[in-house]
Ligand binder design. Structure first.
Ligand code: GTP
Ligand code: SPV
Ligand code: MN
Length: 599
């Protein structure tokens, strides 16, 4: 049936077995060549999967619309399938492998009839790096193939590697009939296998991303003593020319992509800062022989949120997505270009919205709500190499050394603009108790505050009590562990207006963080951690912040923090005896610090 040869026996057998189950008309191996990519694009246009955009204005760009019931990751249909439920932990949905395979097999059976099954060999991380892991995704979606070609290293070099080192993650995907009632995203960490069926959207189907590089990798990372984290990686070139790298974990749609490629604000640019983007979503980190923490970004592209992206908020991204980009669920303008809420330029007077319907500004649905041009979780898939701030270290097999770890969430109240943990153990507590308001990146009620430890709650492939233990252990193994910080760009005033302008201005906060890492500035101790000693420790040159905003941004409302302790206790109790005792200690210490100050 297929002429393509791999010497990897396991791969051959597995492809044959999957094809017996899914019954595709044909099998096509992805070799990663430009020629094949262009053929796939033509076929995808012919089948209606892709709409070609204006090739003069947006060369190599296409638009894709997903099924309206399939616009974000579906966490309630996502499972960790380990033999014992306990291994998945209270943070995950669980199914036994036997039950899961059986349930999914019934949906996969014959699901590729009349379609082609593509075999995508891919590497997460530079091929051959000690960090890297190989996967093979079988899919009946050309959109998935074309996205994977942007997001990962795909093709022949990976197949050649598989001849030498036979191990790979088996990733099986079928659109089936895109029925949300027959949608399952299943992870089998003990089999190094992922099965995804019934969806065609992002993190549900680009299996190298959340499924492999986070859920399976976190499981492997714990065994092999490394980290797989939902973190951006950025280099901050200091005025003296040194580049310091930080890793930052924010939940989905909380600003990782934007931070990772920010342009310094005028006031700070004069000092000589420059940003180097290493990654915007996933970080794999290992302790090297020097006892420091080193990180790579296993991906080669961005799958970024479209709404809000414009020349003011993210000029580097605006530049990046001008060519070779796949847009998903945005507005199509009459001139064959695209638009989304808060994009550059005037609001178009007409277009085709993300659902394929005619759209005009001011339109309302039957409930009187505005009809959006683009879905709030609409995205673009675009090559990393096109980003003006792309780091020259991206292909470096050893990655970059991490000086600080930053946690953050979307909190209207409570969390100050920035604070520093007292030490690694306290930092793990800060990360474990992180919470954020739900965004459009997940199916479900938006705005609701939920606990999202280290921004990994939806992505940790095992029991999070063990995950916290792993973090504590890693801290002990490091010669000089990175300092840990918490930031909140999203605090609001009494009129629900952001107190902090965010975006490029966030560099002002990062500067303080680096100064702390370099022992250049003192701090004030508060019950929750260290904050700037004086407001002018944060350089505000060129930023005209309304009076009183900084006071509000750094206000620590002890009553509310004490009120929040209950929620932490409830969360920790879910892990029963498995929760590391150190985290209970930190909880008690925080409680007593807060109460002491009350007197
Ligand atoms: P995922 O790709 O889902 O993991 O998201 P992300 O964490 O990379 O988030 P992203 O940078 O795409 O930002 C998500 C949304 O938050 C966008 O609509 C941004 O415009 C907005 N945003 C990003 N940074 C800031 C900020 O500093 N302040 C404010 N107010 N909004 C921001
Ligand atoms: C996220 O939701 O954190 C994303 C988008 O990065 S997705 O790839 O769909 O998971
Ligand atoms: Mn993400």
């Amino acid at each position: 049936m297929t002429k393509f040869i791999t010497r990897n026996k396991e791969l051959k057998n597995w492809v044959a077995k999957a094809s017996r189950m899914c019954e595709p008309d044909e099998i096509v191996w992805i070799d990663g060549t430009l020629e094949q990519k262009e053929r796939l694009e033509k076929e995808a246009v012919a089948s209606g999967e892709l709409i070609p955009l204006n090739q003069n204005k947006l060369p190599g760009c296409f638009l894709h619309r997903t099924n309206p019931n399939d616009v974000a990751r579906t966490e309630h249909l996502t499972y960790i399938c380990t033999k014992k439920k306990h291994a998945a932990g209270p943070n995950n949905n669980w199914m036994s492998p036997t039950a899961a395979y059986k349930k999914a097999r019934a949906i996969f059976k014959g699901s590729m009839r009349g379609r082609i099954m593509y075999v995508i060999p891919f590497s997460m991380g530079p091929v051959g790096s000690p960090f890297s892991k190989i996967g093979v995704e079988l899919t009946d979606s050309r959109y998935v193939v074309l996205n994977m070609m942007i997001m990962t290293r795909v093709g022949m070099s990976v197949l050649e590697h598989l001849d030498k080192e036979p191990e790979f993650t088996k990733c099986l995907h079928s659109l089936a009939d895109l029925d949300i009632n027959k949608r399952l995203i299943l992870h089998f960490p003990q089999d190094n296998t992922i099965w995804s069926v019934g969806s065609g959207y992002g993190g549900n189907v680009l299996l190298g991303k959340k499924c492999m590089a986070l859920r399976l990798a976190s499981y492997i990372g714990r065994k092999e003593a490394w980290f797989a984290e939902h973190m951006l990686i950025m280099g901050i070139e200091e005025p003296n020319g040194h580049i310091k790298y930080i890793g930052a974990a924010f939940p989905s749609a909380c600003g990782k992509t934007n931070l990772a490629m920010l342009l310094p604000p005028e006031g700070l640019k004069k000092k000589g800062y420059r940003i180097w983007t290493v990654g915007d979503d996933i970080s794999w980190m290992r302790i090297d022989s020097d006892g420091a923490l080193w990180a790579i970004n296993p991906e080669t592209g961005f799958f970024g949120v479209a709404p809000g992206t414009n020349s003011r908020t993210n000029p580097n991204m605006v530049e990046t997505i001008k060519k070779n980009t796949i847009y998903t669920n945005v507005l199509l303008k009459p001139d064959g270009t695209v638009w989304w809420e808060d994009a550059d330029g005037d609001v178009p007077q007409a277009g085709i919205d993300w659902q394929g319907n005619p759209w005009r500004p001011g339109m309302q649905d039957k409930d009187g709500k505005p009809v959006l041009a683009a879905h709030p979780n609409s995205r673009f898939t675009t090559p990393f190499s096109q980003c003006p701030s792309a780091s020259f270290r991206i292909e470096h097999h050893h990655g970059v050394q991490i000086s600080a770890i930053v946690f953050g969430g979307r909190r209207q109240h409570l969390a100050p603009l920035v604070y520093e943990a007292f030490n690694w153990q306290h930092g793990v507590f800060v990360g474990s108790t992180m919470a954020s308001e739900r965004t459009a990146a997940q199916f479900g009620k938006q705005g609701e505050v939920r606990r999202d430890s280290m921004a990994m709650l939806p992505f940790c492939g095992y029991n999070m009590a063990e995950y916290f233990r792993h973090w504590l252990n890693m801290g002990k193994k490091m010669h000089k562990p990175p300092k840990i910080f918490h930031v909140n760009w999203f605090r609001m005033d009494e009129n629900n207006k952001f107190l902090w302008p965010g975006y490029r201005e966030n560099l002002r906060v990062l500067e303080w963080i680096l100064d702390r890492c370099n022992d250049k500035v003192d701090a004030r101790q508060t019950p929750i951690g260290y904050i700037p000693k004086a407001f002018n420790d944060i350089d505000m040159t060129g930023l005209d912040l309304p009076r009183g905003n900084l006071e509000k941004l750094f206000a620590i409302d002890k009553k509310s923090w004490i009120g929040g302790l209950e929620g932490i206790k409830k969360f920790f109790r879910e892990f029963k005896k498995d929760l590391p005792i150190e985290l209970w200690q930190e909880y008690e210490d925080l409680k007593s610090r807060l109460n002491k100050q009350e007197k």
